[in-house]
Design a protein around this ligand. Structure first.
Ligand code: ZN
Length: 163
């Protein structure tokens, strides 16, 4: 078991911390529990999944994942201007406030209020980590073969995974 290597259809449990290029802590698994995922199914950002490939339990490493291989590059076309009257009631009109809106097909899109003008509001639909190079520190805790049920569902079960 301990020599199992991470490859497609293994389940991986790992601790991580994520910092921005300035060293600021963005996210960390230590606050709640290690992350568990099914490898090779695009459940974590592509650059991190690639960096984990072939590694095993006990491996500890640092990797810088470029924004394009992380949450994507910043896309200015995802900034939209809407009249203040079209902002749903109850949304606080202050920069940084989250807003959900629906597109023509009814899909929910997450925005953040970027600017508030007298008649218009600018909403930013980029992921909050778009354009940010991601500095990960990773400790691999467990690598095992996925169960038939996990493969059928396309995700990991158990602590840190789906239940
Ligand atoms: Zn499931």
């Amino acid at each position: 078991m301990s020599q199992a290597r991470i490859s497609r259809n293994t389940v991986v449990r790992f601790d991580y911390s994520l910092r921005d290029p300035g060293g600021e802590l963005i996210d960390s698994s230590e606050r709640d529990e290690p992350l568990t995922y099914l490898h090779g199914h695009g459940q974590i950002v592509p650059g991190l999944e690639r960096a984990l490939d072939g590694r095993g339990v006990g491996d500890t490493f640092d990797v810088v994942v470029a924004a394009a291989e992380g949450y994507g590059v910043y896309d200015p076309t995802r900034m939209v201007r809407v009249p203040r009257s079209e902002v749903p009631a109850g949304v606080q009109l202050a920069p940084g406030q989250p807003v959900q809106a629906r597109d023509e097909r009814g899909h929910v899109i997450d925005f953040v209020v970027a600017q508030v003008g007298e008649t218009e509001v600018v909403l930013d639909g980029n992921h909050r980590l778009a354009g940010v190079d991601l500095h990960f520190h990773v400790d691999i805790l467990e690598v095992r073969a996925a169960t038939a049920e996990e493969l059928a569902h396309g995700h990991a079960h158990g602590p840190g995974g789906h239940h």
